[in-house]
Ligand binder design. Structure first.
Ligand code: PEP
Length: 247
């Protein structure tokens, strides 16, 4: 296995209330696993609440943020505000931001650059749609999305790449361990060729798309899968099994 620290993020999306969050936090606080970088991404109105109750060893992530520090951007939040709340990570480019809210590769890249400049760790999501996979465009789509980010940033040390095939998100259809490994290996090779071998060897490439307690162990055995971004299952008790997938 590589020396890359296993990374597991829970994306709660637009779910939960304080009572539900208390239950999730109780489970996380009683599962200490220092070998895993564990991150929770609550809805933005619960960021501070979650941070105040979670064990300090578990990081809190936002699900999105904007590309500038402040100003007339109604409804949005900035990395500076997130840092002020003790938030250390942000998910950017999630497929729901791309495909429900119409965010472009360029906007996502600008957001990544601004979040990194402000010291946040960026969980940068990329992934192909079903029709793109069926048309043999999987690698081209992922490389296009990554290339936009590469043009906007120079330091990859606080980037975690989340490969999340759109057809596997929230559908119950997981990429098989071999399918996921194939793409992760392509992405790492791309990083080696286009950024540097050092970055390719050290960057975490995590998988997302219907990860569950049942499939996490087989996925976690693959050499280029360095963890998971988990949606639905991050709200359930099985999230603890996913955190411990390599134990
Ligand atoms: C996600 O939202 O990033 C995700 C992977 O969702 P799910 O695990 O529900 O497919």
């Amino acid at each position: 296995m590589s020396s890359r620290k296993f990374f597991v993020g829970g994306n709660w999306k637009m779910n939960g209330n304080k009572a539900a969050i208390d239950t999730i936090i109780e489970r996380l606080n009683s599962n200490k696993n220092e070998s895993v970088e564990t991150v929770c991404a609550p809805p933005q109105c619960y960021l501070e609440y979650t941070r105040s109750k979670l064990d300090a060893a578990v990081f809190v992530s936002a699900q999105n943020c904007y590309k500038v520090e402040k100003g007339a951007f109604t409804g949005d939040i900035s990395p500076a505000m997130l840092k002020d709340l003790g938030v250390t990570h942000v998910i950017l480019g999630h497929s729901e931001r791309r495909h429900v809210f119409g965010e472009t590769d360029e906007l996502i890249a600008e957001k990544c650059a601004h979040a990194l400049e402000n010291g946040l760790t960026v969980i940068a999501c990329i992934g192909e749609k079903l029709e793109e996979r069926e048309a043999g465009q999987t690698e081209a789509v992922n490389v296009r999305q990554l290339t936009a980010i590469k043009k906007a940033i120079s330091d990859w040390s606080k980037v975690v790449i989340a490969y999340e095939p759109v057809w596997a998100i929230g559908t119950g259809k997981t990429a098989s361990p071999d399918q996921a490994q194939e793409v992760h290996q392509q992405l790492r090779a791309w990083m080696a060729a286009e950024v540097s071998k050092e970055v390719a060897d050290s960057i975490r490439i995590i998988y997302g798309g219907s990860v569950s307690g049942g499939n996490c162990k087989d996925l976690a055995k693959k050499p280029d899968i360095d963890g998971f971004l988990v949606g639905g299952a991050s709200l359930k008790p099985e999230f603890v099994e996913i955190i411990n997938a390599r134990n």
